[in-house]
Design a protein around this ligand. Structure first.
Ligand code: HEM
Length: 582
């Protein structure tokens, strides 16, 4: 068991930090930016997909409420439901895998503890549980242990909140792991004659697309070539900050940081995906982009609706039409946007080719020219990657800035490291990032405390014995990363923000990766990880330069120049935030 750093106590309740919270006499306290902790809409929406209760559960496997019901509930002689039969499988079953070190056979799911199905239904559908998944993970772990079963409407889920068990499950994965039941996503695509993308595809179809895309964007060196494009977007972001400051009432406070980072992330990822600029950071954002943001907003803000779209059985749709209608409407908007940008690029390439010019380009050009994916598959992947790549990155950036604002001493250290190792006015590239390990540690610590996805999912493809239970093939697993990230056993004094815990100074400071795997793990892990890291690392490093170039007027992340991000207020997030760092 690795030993971890001793850490400070983190404040729990939100506070309003005054502008003067920075050391008196430093110019830090003068310039203030308000940082909204990002909402968890994106994470919830994504996790909702993971936990989505579909109208058509695996045939013969899950019953609505009785699968997890204690046996005493069942009337004498009553026939077991399909779900209950699934739970009854296992114990003593011939040929069942044996748990290492156990002499008796593994226990069946019927013996697994978990919240009462009705209580869970109330928790999630009446008490906004989907907005509090992180809290519920921890609560249920305290009450039922590190492996427990739950019911989400018709879906039965085994939750795992233990680092080693998570590692076991992910290490046992096959060639094409299944994350969750993506039935509603697939149904929409079928309805509209669309292809599935990486998120929604399964099996051979997923494997084929993953093979193609992983060659282009999965390794740090693949995305390193995009440093120049990202730096141009950062230059626009900085320009935008100046404009916003000049328009601010006090002439210096930049508010709506979430909004700013959202636009930055969208512009950044689109630059890589579509090889074109969207104009998100312009004074006047193009209508097409505005429409997209609206569709994305609909997808996320209506995340519960879209989740219910999957949860509500088809036969109920005529009576409760809104969720499915909204779900389809937001997907229509997302696909439309991607298709327009993909088609623009295609025309552009065609023009070059018609003129006999060599076409050199980025991701999209390579995909066209290699013809490894069909046009529909390109549309679908661009749509799903843009969806997955905007809020995830922007929320993480917002949380990182928020944490720095709450911890000026960490800002100081990060600032000093950047200046010492990269110099004062350096415009960084990907090659510079390893020279500032604290910037990387900042991102890891931010994602540990505020993982965009508090949990992840897998559908078991073989019978597995985990934690002494036999989990039959086809079971939906929820991997509770938020809970493991906050375990003192995994990260001593886990509630505290201390990026330096990620700096490896030898075995004493080693951090076990499976305690916090914000991008997932293995062959189905996040394909956009390196893009997100590049966008975040470069913008954090570049923030250092803002104040230097315009010492009198520029906001900066760092002290030593003129200003700092500071928290002036914590606007109420749309959904609950995982932890209130006061
Ligand atoms: C801080 C930013 C991000 C975080 C924390 C994040 C996190 C995740 C996680 C946890 C998964 C599930 C992995 C698994 O099941 O093991 C995932 C999947 C995925 N992410 Fe990200 N992501 C981020 C940014 C991005 C970006 C920028 C893109 C696109 C450019 C992207 C595209 C995807 C796609 C397409 C998948 C599905 C992969 C597959 O099923 O093969 N993500 N992401």
């Amino acid at each position: 068991m690795p030993r971890r750093n001793e850490l400070e106590e983190a404040p729990r309740a939100p506070v309003k930090a005054k502008p003067g919270a920075a050391p008196k006499g430093s110019s830090l306290h003068k310039k203030v930016a308000s940082v909204d902790p990002p909402t968890w809409a994106a994470s919830m929406a994504l996790l909702a997909r993971v936990l989505k209760a579909r109208g058509s559960p695996a045939p013969g496997r899950w019953g609505l409420l009785d699968a997890g019901a204690p046996r005493r509930w069942r009337p004498e002689g009553a026939r077991l439901s399909a779900g209950a039969r699934a739970e009854d499988k296992g114990a003593g079953r011939r040929g069942a895998p044996r748990a290492a070190g156990r002499t008796e056979g593994p226990r069946s799911l019927a013996a697994m503890p978990g919240p009462h199905p009705l209580a869970n239904l109330v928790e999630f559908f009446w008490k906004d549980g989907f907005g509090r998944i992180h809290e519920i993970q921890q609560k249920h772990t305290r009450e039922y242990g590190k492996i427990f079963k739950s019911h989400f409407g018709p879906q039965f889920v085994v939750s795992i909140a233990d680092r080693d068990m998570v590692a076991q499950v992910l290490r046992a994965e096959g060639a094409a792991p299944q994350r969750a039941n993506m039935g509603s996503w697939q149904e929409y695509r079928h309805l509209r004659g669309r292809a599935t993308g990486l998120i929604s595809a399964e099996g051979e179809q997923w494997l084929k697309m993953r093979r193609v895309l992983r060659q282009r964007i999965l390794k740090p060196r693949d995305v390193a070539i995009f440093s120049g494009e990202i730096n141009q977007v950062i230059a626009d972001l900085i320009k935008r900050i100046y404009i916003l400051r000049s328009q601010a009432e006090d002439g210096e406070t930049v508010t709506s940081i979430n909004d700013l980072f959202f636009k930055y992330s969208m512009e950044g990822v689109a630059t890589i995906l579509y090889e074109s600029r969207l104009g998100c950071l312009e004074n006047s954002v193009p209508q097409l982009t505005v429409d997209y943001i609206e569709a994305l907003g609909l997808m996320f803000s209506m995340f519960k609706t879209s989740m219910y779209a999957g949860a509500i059985p088809r036969w109920l749709r005529p009576f409760v039409p809104k969720p499915w209608r909204e779900f389809c409407r937001s997907w229509d908007g997302l696909f439309k946007f991607s298709q327009i940008h993909v088609d623009n690029k295609l025309r552009d390439i065609q023009c070059h080719m018609d003129r006999g010019e060599t076409v050199r380009g980025g991701l999209l050009s390579c995909l066209f020219l290699s013809q490894e994916l069909t046009l529909e598959e390109i549309y679908a992947n661009m749509t799903e990657m843009l969806l997955a790549g905007v809020d995830t990155t922007s929320f993480t950036l917002s949380w990182a800035v928020y944490l720095l604002a709450r911890h000026p001493e960490v800002q100081q250290t990060v600032y000093r490291e950047i200046v010492k190792n990269l110099g004062e006015r350096h415009v960084p590239t990907a090659a510079d990032v390893p020279k500032v390990p604290l910037v990387r540690a900042l991102l890891k610590e931010t994602l540990r405390l505020f993982p965009v996805l508090p949990g992840n999912g897998r559908v078991t493809q073989e019978d597995l014995v985990v934690g002494g239970y036999l989990i039959p093939k086809g079971t939906q697993l929820a991997l509770c990363h938020y809970a493991t990230s906050y375990e003192d056993e995994n990260f001593p004094r886990a509630k505290e923000f201390r990026p330096e815990r990620w700096l490896r100074k030898g075995s004493l400071d080693r951090v076990d990766n499976f305690g916090s795997i914000p991008f997932g793990f293995g062959v189905r892990s996040c394909i956009g990880r390196r893009i997100a890291e590049l966008e975040i690392h470069l913008v954090v490093i570049q923030s250092n330069n803002i104040g230097e170039k315009h010492p009198q007027e520029a906001p900066s992340l760092y002290p030593g120049s003129t200003a700092s991000w500071q928290v002036t207020s914590l606007p109420k997030p749309l959904l609950s935030s995982p932890v209130s760092h006061g």
